[in-house]
Design a protein around this ligand. Structure first.
Ligand SMILES: Cc1ncc(COP(=O)(O)OP(=O)(O)O)c(N)n1
Ligand SMILES: Cc1ncsc1CCOP(=O)(O)O
Ligand SMILES: [Mg+2]
Length: 207
């Protein structure tokens, strides 16, 4: 499936336990032109995940920006999110598609592996994500991916490509020039002094 919604700055939320703070930061990112939000919180328990996902769904609706939930299918269904991001150790696309239906966005982590992405396209994922392209403070254990992988992916795939991992305002340009449809960013965006202006600067790289 070719999905026109996947492009531009894709914000990955940080492990924030203060919901009010998370909403303030996310709203600044949205005001700066973020095109997709992924709710990812590896530190939250079930109740906090539910509270934050509901609050983010409401906020994203206000800005008409799709909210993608990381890992948790049930949560994506509960908050009527626009989609789900799944890694290789998460649930299968078959199960995710069965519960979410054709109209939701389902993204796949393909790490540094073109074969995974080719398979993901056949299986009907809406985007494939590669990375980490650069050292990530959010996920230091992520496997490194090369720019050459982007070239190969663009030759072989129709599915939009998302680049992730240690992306900042300098290296983002290289990833975009080499074929990334979207760049997924957590720390450079959410640790910025001015989140809105940082989001704007990332967004401008796409036009
Ligand atoms: C856009 C995007 N790309 C990759 C990932 C990583 O997903 P996964 O491999 O499942 O690891 P966790 O994020 O769950 O730690 C992602 N979340 N988003
Ligand atoms: C979830 C994930 N997968 C690979 S790197 C990463 C984290 C991205 O965050 P940052 O932009 O802070 O490196
Ligand atoms: Mg995961």
């Amino acid at each position: 499936m070719v999905c026109p919604e996947i492009g531009g700055l894709y914000a990955i939320t940080p492990n924030q336990i203060d919901t009010e703070g998370l909403l303030i930061m996310t709203e600044q990112a949205l005001a700066g032109g973020v095109r997709l939000i992924q709710y990812r919180n590896k530190a939250a328990g079930t109740e906090l995940l539910r509270e934050q996902a509901h609050a983010l769904a409401h906020l994203c609706q206000k800005y008409s920006v799709p909210l993608i939930i990381n890992d948790h299918l049930g949560l994506a269904i509960e908050v009527k999110a626009a989609g789900l991001h799944i890694g290789q150790t998460d649930i299968s696309i078959r199960e995710a598609r069965y519960w979410l239906g054709k109209r939701k966005i389902i993204g796949a982590s393909c790490y540094n592996c073109l074969d995974l992405a080719i398979r993901a396209e056949v299986q009907g994922f809406d985007y494939v994500a590669f990375g980490a392209f650069y050292a990530s403070v959010t996920k230091p254990e992520a496997v490194p991916a090369s720019i050459d992988l982007l070239h190969q992916a663009k030759k072989r795939l129709l599915t939009p490509v998302v680049a992730i991992g240690g992306i900042n305002l300098i290296n983002a340009e290289i990833l975009i020039k080499n074929g990334s449809n979207a760049i997924a960013v957590c720390s450079t965006l959410f640790c910025a002094q001015n989140i809105q202006s940082t989001a704007k600067q990332f967004s401008r790289l796409f036009y």
